[in-house]
Design a protein around this ligand. Structure first.
Ligand code: HPA
Length: 234
């Protein structure tokens, strides 16, 4: 038990999928895992452990933003010995050749700040994905025929950004998409020698203003869950 997770020791698998939304954790666990068992509901942050093709997996919500993700990832790693952590989430596209529903595999995650900034002090640490997971996820996405992009993303602290020039600068520097969690996940994984990856589905487009209708979200997110599971156990 930790301050934010009531699971007993042994209730959490070594492989953890991390959606931001706790209800998406429930949906993914009920849809993709065999025998999912609720292992956490503290503060309504749902976590389930089950099996996928015989492999134990936990799917646990993180909430939105890096401070919230940091709490759950820290506790999953340091108290429950999670070793492979894959964020599954949505993102806003920042390049014209990316479409709604496309899958983004985040090779690196740029940020202005993360909860780890105080630890890293003046260093511009480069948070990057685990290469083995990244390459396995790419292979899984290719074999599914999902429209997939691999590259850098931007982990922002703000959803309602008052600085459009920053987004424009990210677009000009080839950043594929914006979300709010991956940079801290990658830094924590580096610090604790875990494997991490963010597999994202484009839910909205910052250049075209197009957005995925809420009713389409769940079906579009299925590919991302399967890609994450296949990469974890490749
Ligand atoms: N900004 C930040 N995070 C996001 C977005 C966005 O536009 N879309 C999905 N996650």
């Amino acid at each position: 038990m930790t301050p934010h997770i009531r699971a007993g020791s042994g209730d959490i698998a070594e492989t953890v999928l991390l959606p931001g939304d706790p209800l998406r954790a429930k949906w993914a666990a009920e849809t993709y895992l065999d025998d999912p068992v609720l292992v956490n509901d503290v503060r309504g942050m749902l976590g389930f452990t089950g099996t996928w093709r015989g492999n134990r997996v936990t799917i646990h919500g993180t909430g939105m933003g890096m401070p919230s993700l940091s709490i759950y990832a820290n506790e999953l790693i340091t108290s429950y010995e999670a070793k492979t952590l894959i964020r599954i989430g949505s993102c806003g596209a920042m390049q014209e050749d990316i479409a709604i529903r496309d899958v983004i595999l985040a090779m690196s995650a740029t940020s202005i700040s993360t909860p780890s900034r105080g630890i890293l002090r003046d260093m511009n640490f480069a948070p990057c994905a685990d290469y083995g997971l990244l390459s396995a996820a790419h292979a899984a996405a290719q074999s599914k025929g999902s429209r997939t992009h691999v590259g850098g993303i931007y982990s922002s602290d703000v959803f309602y950004d008052e600085r459009p020039d920053l987004n424009e600068s990210m677009t000009r520097h080839g950043i594929l998409a914006v979300e709010m969690e991956a940079a801290e996940l990658y830094i924590l994984a580096a610090r604790h020698r875990c494997r991490a990856l963010a597999v994202l589905t484009v839910s909205d487009h910052l250049l075209t203003r197009e957005a995925l209708p809420a009713s389409d979200r769940q079906s579009s997110f299925g590919d991302m869950v399967e890609i994450a599971l296949e990469a974890a156990f490749a």
